[in-house]
Design a protein around this ligand. Structure first.
Ligand code: TYM
Length: 336
């Protein structure tokens, strides 16, 4: 059995502001993993255009998301931070994977069904093969660990299937099986207006999410207005079953505080939501408001952001290019 050098890869789409779901579901782990791993963090602009983006807004969003990455604590000296389209190996490997993945596999992807909506015939082909590009992102670096929120689990399973089929079809042990790293008390953060819906950039209600650019006042307001039920908070995690809003707020508190769900319930169990909400508003402002301020400061220095991306892209390419060159050879292309 080939052993692969551990390497972390993950990415976020530059389609609007990052939000609390991105932060708690993925970013907290990204920041921690830098301490002990080689990490590659991508702004996935090629994924973004699977739905039409205004080009001027997209360019701005790539820089804004990069600024948010840095403001959250990603360190461009330790980690590789870059945007996907500057490393053409992603697109090249994605083509090979279009030829490895099966239609039946893609037909099972729930995110395509959600995003394409009722009129599937009108969806872009890119949206359909989106998971193949995601597999290419990861495997162009032979990444072994992929920190993501729960909603990406199915895509990660597909990436594993693609890696296995490639190895099997070409009789090589070339790609590792990338492991999803889905860890924490808020791996699926729900809308603040409806505990059964995922917190998302595309929700029309801004009150449904906390953006990483929100001011302290907005953060506090959104938490105070968050939907709840009528009962007191339980003292044990089992009591959160069937109470999605309570479960969401308690999970968010625990994730921001670095504690467990039980810790939060020990403190607030038996009490009304107002006590939890007041404490959560203070905690969220303390943790998130500085990120918005730092993002703004970094956004003002476009030259620096562009430099981080150019440097990161060169370092990313230095890893991906030899791997994709080997792929060309394995599949039978002429390699000069
Ligand atoms: P994206 O941009 O939708 O989300 C970025 C990350 O945030 C997580 N996330 C959430 N976690 C918890 N609760 C939520 N409500 C929530 N919303 C988003 C996502 O799980 C993700 O980790 N396809 C990916 C981007 C991507 C990628 C990759 C990720 C492209 N290539 C390769 C890993 C490896 C996406 O659209 O994420």
């Amino acid at each position: 059995m080939t052993t692969f050098t551990p390497r972390v890869f993950s990415g976020m789409q530059p389609t609007g502001n990052l939000h609390l779901g991105n932060y708690l579901g993925a970013m907290l782990n990204w920041v921690k993993m830098q301490d002990t791993n080689e990490c590659v963090y991508c702004v996935v602009d090629m994924h973004a255009i699977t739905l039409w983006q205004n080009p001027i807004a997209l360019r701005q969003a790539i820089r804004d998301v990069t600024a948010a990455y840095l403001a959250c604590g990603l360190d461009p000296k330790r980690s590789i931070i870059f945007n996907q389209s500057q490393v053409p190996e992603h697109a090249e490997l994605a083509w090979v994977f279009n030829c490895v993945a099966r239609l039946g596999w893609l037909n099972r992807m729930t995110q395509f069904k959600d995003k394409a909506g009722k009129d599937k015939e009108a969806a872009s082909v890119g949206l359909y093969v989106y998971p193949n590009l995601m597999a290419a992102d990861i495997l162009a670096y032979k990444a072994t660990h992929v920190p993501v929120g729960e909603d990406q689990k199915q895509h990660l399973e597909l990436a594993r299937d693609i890696a296995a089929k490639f190895n099997n079809d070409y009789e090589v042990e070339f790609f590792p099986q990338p492991e999803p790293y889905i860890v924490g008390t808020a791996t699926r953060v729900m809308s603040l207006r409806d505990g059964t819906k995922k917190m998302s950039k595309s929700d029309p209600s801004d009150l449904s999410r906390i953006n990483l650019t929100d001011s302290a006042d907005d953060i506090a307001k959104k938490i105070r207005k968050a939907k709840t039920d009528m009962d007191a908070l339980p003292s044990e995690p089992a009591g959160l079953k069937g109470r999605p809003e309570a479960e969401n707020l308690v999970g968010i508190f625990a994730a921001l505080n670095g504690g467990t769900v039980q810790d939060v319930l020990t403190q607030f169990g038996g009490g009304q939501f107002s006590g939890l909400k007041n404490a959560l508003a203070d905690l969220a402002v303390e943790k998130l408001a500085p990120i918005a301020i730092e993002t703004k400061r970094l956004q003002a220095d476009q030259t620096y952001i562009d430099q981080v991306l150019a440097d990161g892209s060169a370092r990313a390419r230095a890893i991906a290019a030899p791997i994709v060159k080997d792929v060309r050879e394995i599949v039978g292309f002429l390699v000069s």
